[in-house]
Design a protein around this ligand. Structure first.
Ligand SMILES: CC(C)(COP(=O)(O)OP(=O)(O)OC[C@H]1O[C@@H](n2cnc3c(N)ncnc32)[C@H](O)[C@@H]1OP(=O)(O)O)[C@@H](O)C(=O)NCCC(=O)NCCS
Length: 325
């Protein structure tokens, strides 16, 4: 049977030039490199300067993805930007990225699922592409979390970084088997009862301010390891694949211990796990496309590989997608 599949045809990323190490942070709050590395695996993060807004980083990442795909602005008819740190309340960051790239056709919108935003973005773009509503989509995760951190709060400010990553998805005719390239499936979940474990204490419709990130780290940790593996199990079941067949596991990069515990629980070998949290910190919706770009550029991810992306974020929101690269 001939069906449409959303095939990854390019990826790119962008990181601010400024690198901040754990030792740099230890001069600002009561913390240490040893504590941060032991609890999270993070050694450094990139932080944006005042000129580097989310759309600036997003435009750079998308430009790199378009170059990688050998495509131009005229080829894209959908831009989805996953972000929790938009330049402005409106217009959407996606429209600013669209304009910055010189794309004047199709639709562009932001998608808000916090750290799960990129997986939500891939799942959403896949629906547009496989139903024939769009032909080629840029899915970008772009964040400047440094702007919503409480820099006096050592329990959160050491965890996050800034950056952006993007992929180009193209609708292609496919025989539709699990061996054919493209997004095989995506499973999304959310449960708003967990709001108070990870949230921002402000917003345009409540305080009229941007607010700061607040988190009960232990509760998030417990949920991330204990519950979110359901979507990964779903992805394997729906595609008829298994952990043994997986080539690369590219999870949201929040914490090395969460990632390794989840991989162990699912029977995914440690050497198949792509880890960038040491270099990037938690860049929220940008973390997966940043990691995909690293593993693609260093030669690990090759065409035809089976790649699982997975994330959990505030809400809680969570999801997984299985991609034949
Ligand atoms: C945040 C996290 C690293 C904290 O690790 P933890 O082992 O749960 O640590 P706790 O919160 O119990 O704190 C342990 C101690 O370290 C202290 N501490 C917290 N942050 C610290 C820091 N940056 N430096 C040094 N000490 C710190 C605490 O105050 C506490 O001290 P106390 O025992 O005297 O009260 C961990 O809970 C975590 O990673 N959670 C998931 C967070 C996450 O991934 N969020 C994003 C999801 S998208």
């Amino acid at each position: 049977m001939v069906a449409l599949r959303s095939v990854v045809v390019g990826c790119g990323s962008s990181l601010p030039a400024r690198v901040v190490t754990n030792d740099d942070l230890a001069r600002r709050v009561e913390t240490s490199d040893a504590w941060i590395v032991q609890r999270t695996g993070i050694r450094q993060r990139h932080l944006a300067d005042e000129t580097e807004t989310t759309s600036v980083l997003g435009i750079r990442a998308c430009r790199a993805a378009l170059e990688d795909a050998r495509l131009g602005p005229e080829d894209i008819d959908l831009v989805i930007c996953a972000t929790s740190t938009p330049d402005h309340t409106f217009p959407s960051t996606a429209t600013q990225i669209q304009a910055g790239l010189g794309i004047h056709q199709g639709a562009a919108f932001d998608l808000q699922a916090v750290c799960a935003g990129f997986v939500y973005g891939v799942a959403t773009a896949d629906k547009f592409l496989t139903t024939g509503s769009a032909r080629r989509a840029l899915v970008v995760g772009a964040e400047t979390f440094s702007r919503i951190l409480d820099w006096e709060d050592r329990t959160t400010c050491v965890l996050f970084g800034d950056g952006a990553g993007a992929i180009v998805l193209e609708a292609r005719e496919s025989a539709g088997t699990r061996d054919d390239r493209g997004v095989l499936n995506a499973s999304l979940r959310s449960d708003g009862r967990h709001r108070d474990k990870l949230y921002v204490d402000g917003g345009p419709g409540s305080t009229g301010t941007t607010g700061h990130l607040r988190m009960t780290g232990k509760e998030v940790f417990r949920f991330a390891v204990g519950s979110v593996t359901d979507v990964i199990a779903d992805a394997f079941r729906l595609s008829g694949t298994s952990a043994e067949e997986l080539d690369w596991f590219v999870p949201h990069q929040a914490n090395r211990r969460i990632i390794e515990a989840s991989a162990d629980k699912l029977g995914i070998a440690r050497e198949k796990v792509v880890l960038t949290v040491d270099r990037h910190g938690n860049t929220s919706a940008a973390s997966i496309p940043l990691a995909l770009d690293v593993a693609r550029k260093d030669g690990r991810i090759r065409d035809g590989d089976l790649v699982m992306i997975e994330a959990i974020g505030g809400g809680f929101t969570w999801g997984a997608a299985l991609i034949r690269w």
